[in-house]
Design a binder for this molecule. Structure first.
Ligand SMILES: CC1=C(CCC(=O)O)c2cc3nc(cc4[nH]c(cc5[nH]c(cc1n2)c(C)c5CCC(=O)O)c(CCC(=O)O)c4C)C(CCC(=O)O)=C3C
Ligand SMILES: [Fe+2]
Length: 369
C-alpha cells in the first residue's frame, strides 16, 4: 500500500498572505482594512494610495503569490505529495474566511498554514494568527465547525531562506568586482515597525527585540558568507523602509534614504540594497526601494543595485516544503530535526504572550495562549 498522504494529518496546505489591490477602486477599501484602528494619519494613507495609483492601481503581490503557489505545487508533486494548496489573504480577495469556508465544504478540517512573512513580531506573526482565529470564529458562527489549523514556524532562521539570500546578495556583489571595498556598501532593508512592537517581539520570556535581532543576525551572516566567497572585506548595515504611523510614535531607524545620504558623505559610491525583510518584490520593494530609494541614490550619484527577494527561488521553495513536512511530523508527535541558521529555530506553536497585540488582546490560533 502506498502512503496516501505524506502530510498526514493535514488535509490541505494554506498559503496566507497580506493581500493587495488589483484595480484602482480596490485601493481605498484595502487601505482602510489594513489601517483599521491602527492610528495611521490620513496624509500617510493618501500618500500610499498615490503609490498604488502610480503603478496602475495593481499591487504585484497577488500575482507573486499565484506564482509561489505554482512553485510549491511543483515541489509537492515532485515529492509525490497530492495535498491541495489553498490561498487566503488578510486584506484582499481571496479572503481567509472565504477560502476556509470553501475548504470546509470540501471536507477539509486540518490545515497547515504557510505565511508569506518570515520574522517574529506582532505584524509579521501574531496578526496572521489573529486573523486565522477571526476567520474560524466567523465560520463557527455559521455552523462550520471542526477546524484545526496549524502553522509552520517563522522561517527567518531556516537555512534555506538564509542560503537563498546569501546567494542572491553574493551574485549582486559580483557586479561591483572592480570597485574598491571602501567604496561599496551592502544595505540590508526591512519594513520599519514601531519601537514598542520591536521591544515586545519574540517569546514573552525573552528579551524582546527579536524582529530586529533576526534581521541583524541574518544580515551579518549574509555579509560574512559573501565576503568569504568573494574574498572581500565589505561592510553593511541594517536599515528600514515604509515607516508609517504618526510622527510622534518612534519607529525603527535609520530610514534607507537617510542612510544613503550618510554613505555618500562617507565617500561610498556603490550600494547593494538587499530587501531581506520581504519574500517577494511587492509594493514596499518596487515603490519604496526601486522608486524612492533609487531616486535618492541617483541624486547622490550612488550606483545602486537592488537584490531580488527570494520570490519563487528553488532553494527557498524547497525550504518551505521542508517546513511543511517538518510541521506534519510534529503534528504526528514525531521529533523532526529543526534545522536553523543563523540563530535558533522559532517554535511552530507560539508561546503565550509571544509578540503581543499592544492595542487589544484578541484570540489567536497556532499558539499556547
Ligand atoms: C512587518 C511588516 C510587514 C512584513 C511582514 C508581512 O509581509 O506581513 C509588512 C508587509 C506588508 N505591508 C503591506 C502594506 C501596508 N502596510 C501598512 C502598514 C503597516 N505595515 C506594518 C508592518 C509590516 N508590513 C506596520 C506596523 C504598519 C502600520 C499599521 C499597523 O500597525 O498595522 C499599510 C498602511 C499604509 C502605510 O502606512 O503604509 C499598507 C498599505 C504589504 C502589501 C504590499 C503590496 O500591496 O504589494 C505587505 C506585504
Ligand atoms: Fe506593511
Amino acid at each position: 500500500m502506498t502512503d496516501a498522504n505524506p502530510l498526514e494529518p493535514y488535509d490541505a496546505v494554506l498559503l496566507a498572505s497580506f493581500g493587495g489591490p488589483e484595480k484602482p477602486d480596490e485601493i481605498m477599501p484595502f487601505l482602510r482594512r489594513v489601517t483599521a484602528g491602527r492610528g495611521i494619519p490620513d496624509e500617510r494613507l493618501a500618500e500610499v494610495a498615490h503609490h498604488y495609483e502610480e503603478l496602475g492601481g495593481r499591487s504585484p503581490i497577488n500575482d507573486q503569490n499565484r506564482a509561489l503557489i505554482a512553485a510549491l505545487r511543483a515541489e509537492l508533486d515532485r515529492r509525490d505529495i497530492t495535498t491541495p494548496i489553498l490561498w487566503g489573504n488578510r486584506n484582499s480577495e481571496p479572503f481567509l474566511t472565504d477560502t476556509l469556508r470553501d475548504a470546509h465544504g470540501e471536507g477539509m478540517r486540518r490545515i497547515v498554514t504557510v505565511t508569506t512573512s518570515a520574522y517574529a513580531s506582532y505584524s509579521s506573526c501574531r496578526q496572521y494568527r489573529e486573523d486565522l482565529a477571526a476567520a474560524v470564529n466567523t465560520l463557527e458562527d455559521e455552523g462550520l465547525t471542526g477546524f484545526e489549523i496549524d502553522k509552520i514556524r517563522q522561517f527567518a532562521t531556516h537555512p534555506s531562506f538564509a542560503r537563498a539570500n546569501v546567494r542572491l546578495v553574493t551574485d549582486a556583489l559580483r557586479e561591483f568586482a572592480g570597485v574598491p571595498d571602501a567604496q561599496v556598501q551592502v544595505v540590508f532593508v526591512t519594513h520599519s515597525i514601531p519601537l514598542g512592537m520591536d521591544d515586545t517581539s519574540g517569546p514573552g520570556d525573552g528579551d524582546g527585540n527579536l524582529y530586529w535581532q533576526q534581521h541583524d543576525e541574518l544580515g551579518a551572516a549574509i555579509l560574512s558568507e559573501a565576503n568569504a566567497t568573494l574574498s572581500r572585506d565589505l561592510e553593511g548595515a541594517l536599515v528600514y523602509c515604509s515607516r508609517s504611523g504618526p510622527p510622534s510614535q518612534p519607529w525603527l531607524e535609520p530610514d534607507i534614504n537617510d542612510h544613503l545620504e550618510h554613505l555618500a558623505e562617507r565617500g561610498v559610491t556603490h550600494v547593494v540594497v538587499a530587501p531581506i525583510g520581504f519574500v517577494s518584490d511587492h509594493m514596499e520593494v518596487i515603490y519604496d526601494l526601486d522608486t524612492e530609494a533609487a531616486e535618492t541614490a541617483e541624486r547622490l550619484g550612488l550606483v545602486m543595485r537592488r537584490v531580488p527577494t527570494v520570490g519563487t527561488d528553488d532553494e527557498f521553495v524547497h525550504g518551505l516544503v521542508d517546513l511543511v513536512e517538518e510541521r506534519a511530523a510534529e503534528a504526528r508527535d514525531e521529533s523532526p530535526e529543526c534545522p536553523a541558521w543563523p540563530g535558533e529555530a522559532m517554535p511552530s506553536i507560539c508561546a503565550p504572550g509571544c509578540c503581543p497585540n499592544l492595542r487589544a488582546a484578541k484570540p489567536a490560533l497556532c499558539g499556547r495562549d
